[in-house]
Design a protein around this ligand. Structure first.
Ligand code: GTP
Ligand code: MG
Length: 558
């Protein structure tokens, strides 16, 4: 299966032919109940945070600096891994992971600050640069076998992707390929945790027990290369810090002024990002919203970041999506195909506005996968996961929000998921057919129930917030945009059904859905005589660069 996922189907087939029993043996060892099948979200996060605490990102002249840098750093500590990448300014960087956190501290102690510039105040940061050797030639012993890993952060080569999509054998293969090529890679994930760590390092000296964690698509398993970085800053009081027995208590610093204390602190964090975080630029403060956000760009990593405070429900929401995605191998590729299609037809848009965004769209896919067919369903309901939760799963987020649900998917009986074995091609077509017939006027989508429920109000699109069921995550979607969604799912169902045959040209299968629509494409569709399935030219190719309403900063701000 791992060979197939890596696009090496031929090797898998060869293995299968050469020694069936070995192959089956490998399969069973990995998937039989005796071994743990699912890692928990907390384990993954702990692993990523651990990696970041052992890593530095060093700017270098070029990839040729690798040997010298490797040799230099090896003097101080054991190196575990090196990843090279280039940002959009053509600057080269090496992410180096050391064997332990202590080793990293040894390396950091050996670092110096730029001495020439008196305006610069020393700072601690895992983002460094590698100075030229000053004429001294030192020779470093770098094992010939050690190479920097080359999974870069640059955007996917779309031309090559489309060429390879044309060559696929089936629509299922196309969906899998799209996912494999465009999903966030290991380096992308590492760098996101490095940015979080950099801010955490800066704030550690100011706030006790502070943590900065990524959430959203960077960690929920549905992130693509280049997706934005959502960060949450928490500053929690532990039981230890609040123990009643201690007679020595910290003097409090109360925040003065009419603003909520954390809006004041976020203002300060925004200033610190400008003053103390190397690589952070274009800092924007959006502090009057219910969830204050500081937006900034991070140049060294090419990331657009949103930092908010104490939004643990966002992290638990990401965990929930991650768990659903981990239950069945088809969930993430299918969601990628749907998100990509929605972007291509202009249903989603990088700017916030009156249209649907990736998060509610993902909930729509999960909801579809919860539907019972004759063969059963692919995903369980959230209600089911809540019912099975134990004491260890209890999580209470801000404003007393109960975010308790089963976290260990190994405890979920196998009949609760993956009963339906349909392939990706069938699922994608069924997704479009399902929503072509969905009663958006009367019904709301709820992954808690796994069944549609009556809409509590007349908003055009109603998708229940899984963790705060009184809220609608698509409340920003206008009537026109909802109509467009309905029209586009109908068109997609027709296009996919009509274009399954590979022989039909360059835009067969998934390609017809994910290629950006052009007038040429439209003419072609009209020529084939099925124009009755198309809603209207205006609807299909609506200019989505409408003015964005000032108030709708981001639809997650409720
Ligand atoms: P992309 O950034 O588009 O790749 O997807 P994303 O999942 O990261 O979405 P976004 O950046 O808009 O939001 C980040 C996270 O915030 C989501 O994954 C959700 O966990 C959460 N979120 C987004 N919208 C809402 C909302 O309307 N209500 C609530 N409670 N949480 C939301
Ligand atoms: Mg995001």
């Amino acid at each position: 299966r791992s060979l197939v996922n890596k696009g090496k189907k031929h090797l898998f087939k060869k293995l299968l032919n050469s020694n069936q029993s070995t192959c089956r043996c490998v399969f069973f060892r990995k998937y039989s109940g005796s071994e743990k099948r699912f890692l928990s979200f907390d384990e993954i996060v702990a692993q990523r945070r651990g990696e970041a605490k052992r890593s530095i990102v060093v700017q270098v002249n070029s990839e040729a600096s690798f040997k010298e840098l490797y040799g230099y750093c090896s003097k101080y500590a054991t190196i575990k891994d090196v990843h090279h990448y280039k940002n959009s300014n053509d600057e080269h960087f090496m992410l180096i992971e050391f064997g332990s956190e202590e080793s990293l501290q040894d390396v950091l102690r050996s670092c110096s600050t730029h001495q020439k510039d008196v305006d610069i105040m020393a700072l601690n940061s895992p983002f460094l640069w590698f100075r030229a050797s000053n004429g001294r030639t030192e020779s470093y012993a770098t094992p010939a076998t050690v190479l920097a890993s080359i999974n870069g952060i640059e955007q996917v080569d779309e031309d090559k992707l489309f060429k390879d999509l044309v060559e696929c054998d089936t629509v299922s293969d196309q969906i899998q390929l799209l996912y494999d090529r465009t999903r966030l890679n290991d380096l992308g994930a590492r760098l996101r945790y490095m940015v979080a760590r950099q801010i955490e390092c800066m704030l550690e000296s100011l706030y006790a027990n502070v943590a900065v964690r990524p959430f959203g698509s960077s960690i929920n398993g549905f992130g693509k290369m280049g997706c934005d970085l959502d960060l949450v800053l928490t500053n929690t009081l532990t039981d230890e810090m609040m123990k009643a027995g201690s007679r020595l208590v910290y003097q409090d610093k109360r925040t003065e002024g009419s603003r909520a204390p954390w809006a004041r602190h976020m203002q300060c964090v925004a200033d610190l990002l400008e003053l103390r975080v190397a690589g952070a630029a274009r800092v924007q403060r959006i502090l009057n919203a219910r969830v204050p956000i500081v937006k900034f760009a991070h140049h060294y990593t090419d990331l657009e970041c949103d930092l908010c405070y104490n939004n643990m429900s966002g992290v638990y929401m990401s965990e929930l999506l991650w768990l659903f995605g981990s239950l069945d191998d088809r969930v993430r590729p299918l969601t990628f195909a749907v998100r990509r299609w929605a972007r291509a037809v202009g249903l989603t848009n990088p700017h916030p506005g009156r249209w649907i965004t990736n998060f509610p769209l993902t909930l729509m896919v999960l909801f579809f996968l919860q539907q019972k067919t004759n063969d059963g369903h692919v995903l369980p309901t959230l209600k089911n996961l809540v019912r099975r939760a134990g004491k260890e799963d209890i999580r209470i987020a801000e404003e007393n929000l109960n975010c308790t649900f089963l976290r260990d998917m190994n405890k979920l009986p196998s009949e609760c998921y993956a009963q339906n074995k349909a392939n990706l091609q069938t699922l994608l077509l069924q997704f479009f057919e399902f929503y072509s017939q969905f009663d958006f006027k009367e019904k709301a989508i709820s992954i808690n129930e796994g069944a549609s429920i009556r809409k509590p109000n007349s908003l055009p699109l109603y998708i229940v917030n899984p963790l705060e069921q009184a809220l609608n995550v698509s409340r920003n979607v206008s009537f026109e945009e909802c109509e467009r969604l309905k029209a586009e799912v109908r068109n997609a169902a027709w296009q996919l059904e009509a274009g399954m045959d590979k022989q039909k040209g360059d835009d067969w299968g998934l390609l017809a859905l994910v290629e950006k629509k052009t007038t040429r494409g439209l003419k072609k569709l009209l020529r084939v005589g099925n124009s009755h399935r198309l809603v209207s030219v205006k609807d299909l190719f609506n200019d989505t660069d409408d003015k964005i309403p000032e108030a709708s900063v981001k639809n997650k701000i409720e």
